[in-house]
Write a protein that binds this ligand. Structure first.
Ligand SMILES: Nc1ncnc2c1ncn2[C@@H]1O[C@H](COP(=O)(O)OP(=O)(O)O)[C@@H](O)[C@H]1O
Ligand SMILES: [Mg+2]
Length: 346
């Protein structure tokens, strides 16, 4: 094989588990053949996807060369490559709007915010589905009290989503024997499962599909951006993370993949002592505001650290549905601001 033949072979090689070639995903930075040995440099976004692509190439081409060197281009921030997310596929034509909820890190309340926003939208009369794309920490079923449900198919061989609090719900947790069964999937398998959840679930027509994304900026985010026209991104953070690189990366990812950012939600912002009513800015204040100015993204709202939110969420009783009026108001006002800040098809 000469250089040209190698480049052609790489361009047409499929990404494992995806219906896309390495060429379409623009994952090859350089490929050269010298004296029978090949040097390939990849432009993958994460170590995981680097290893996936590397083994796919080795399996396909190792016997063609005396030596096959595959390296990863240094992850200079500029080089993060999101493929052709500027012109994504549409695996969910039934959804008028798709909102991706992300965070730089786990544990900041991303799922809690996703679930309460989805239900708040349904309370406004919209048809809403929530896809739990956090395959390694799927907790949407627990938050919506659907964690004991088992997967079912309808007569058209489509998966029937769970339903509660007026929203349709799909999660990998529905496919595992118990909701806390750990998933040991390669990211390519997780990606295929999510695509199946978009295509093979009986969602019906939706005004909004809310996606609870995994934290960070990896393969799953990349795929969702390529397979769906995301209408808006919502970023959840906490005051102590506001100034961190993780949040900046999450914001930059949306900007890089041309997804309009509806705004930022600062969760666990402050604490109001239930006995005295005194407000404590445990992690300082004003961080969300500063971040919003720095990146020119709206601050949709601040949600306090609140015992009722914690208890309700962990018991599958979302505050927006079953909490006190003051808690409901936090989520309602965030939804109102979000609907104002982005262009939704309604
Ligand atoms: N505003 C809040 N006040 C108190 N507890 C919260 C709040 N938001 C989330 N939690 C709790 O924090 C934990 C992590 O929230 P979760 O939504 O699962 O985070 P993530 O999806 O980002 O990992 C859960 O136990 C949840 O009940
Ligand atoms: Mg979560």
């Amino acid at each position: 094989m000469n250089t040209k033949e190698l480049q052609d072979a790489l361009q047409t090689l499929s990404y494992p588990g995806l219906n896309r070639t390495l060429g379409e995903l623009k994952l090859i930075s350089e490929a050269k053949v010298t004296n029978g040995s090949a040097n390939i440099e990849l432009l993958t976004v994460s170590d995981e996807s680097y290893l996936t692509v590397k083994s796919a190439i080795e399996a396909a081409l190792a016997d063609q060369f005396s030596e096959l060197h595959i390296t990863k281009k240094g992850t200079v921030k500029k080089d993060i490559n999101y493929g052709n997310s500027a012109a994504p596929n549409n695996r969910a034509p039934y959804a008028a709007n798709v909102i991706a909820v992300t965070s730089g890190k786990g544990g900041v309340g991303k799922s809690t915010v996703s679930v309460n926003l989805a239900i708040a939208l349904a309370q406004k009369g919209y048809k809403v589905g929530i896809l739990d794309a956090d395959v390694y920490g799927p907790n949407v079923p627990r938050l919506t009290n659907t964690d004991l449900e088992k997967i079912r198919w309808n007569d058209d061989n489509k998966i029937v989503p769970s339903e509660n609090y007026g929203i349709k719900i799909m999660s990998v947790a529905l496919t595992t024997p118990t909701s806390d069964t750990p998933l040991v999937w390669r990211s390519s398998v997780a990606v295929s499962a999510l695509i199946q959840f978009l295509e093979d679930v009986a969602w019906g027509e939706l005004d909004f599909m809310v996606i609870d994304m995994p934290p960070g900026t990896g393969d799953i985010q990349l795929t969702m951006a390529q397979e769906l026209p995301l209408t808006a991104g919502v970023i959840v953070t906490t005051p102590q993370l506001v100034a961190s690189d993780d949040v900046s990366r999450a914001i930059r990812m949306f900007q890089d993949i041309h997804v309009p950012i509806a705004g930022l939600v600062e969760n666990m912002s402050y604490f109001i002592a239930p006995d005295t009513g005194t407000r404590y800015d445990i992690f300082g204040s004003g961080g969300g505001e500063r971040l919003s100015q720095r990146y020119n993204v709206p601050l949709l709202g601040q949600i306090p650290l609140n015992m009722e939110i914690r208890e309700g969420s962990d018991n599958g009783e979302p505050p927006i549905a079953l909490g006190s009026e003051s808690l409901k108001e936090y989520y309602r006002s965030i939804v109102d601001r979000m609907l104002e800040s982005s262009r939704f098809r309604l």
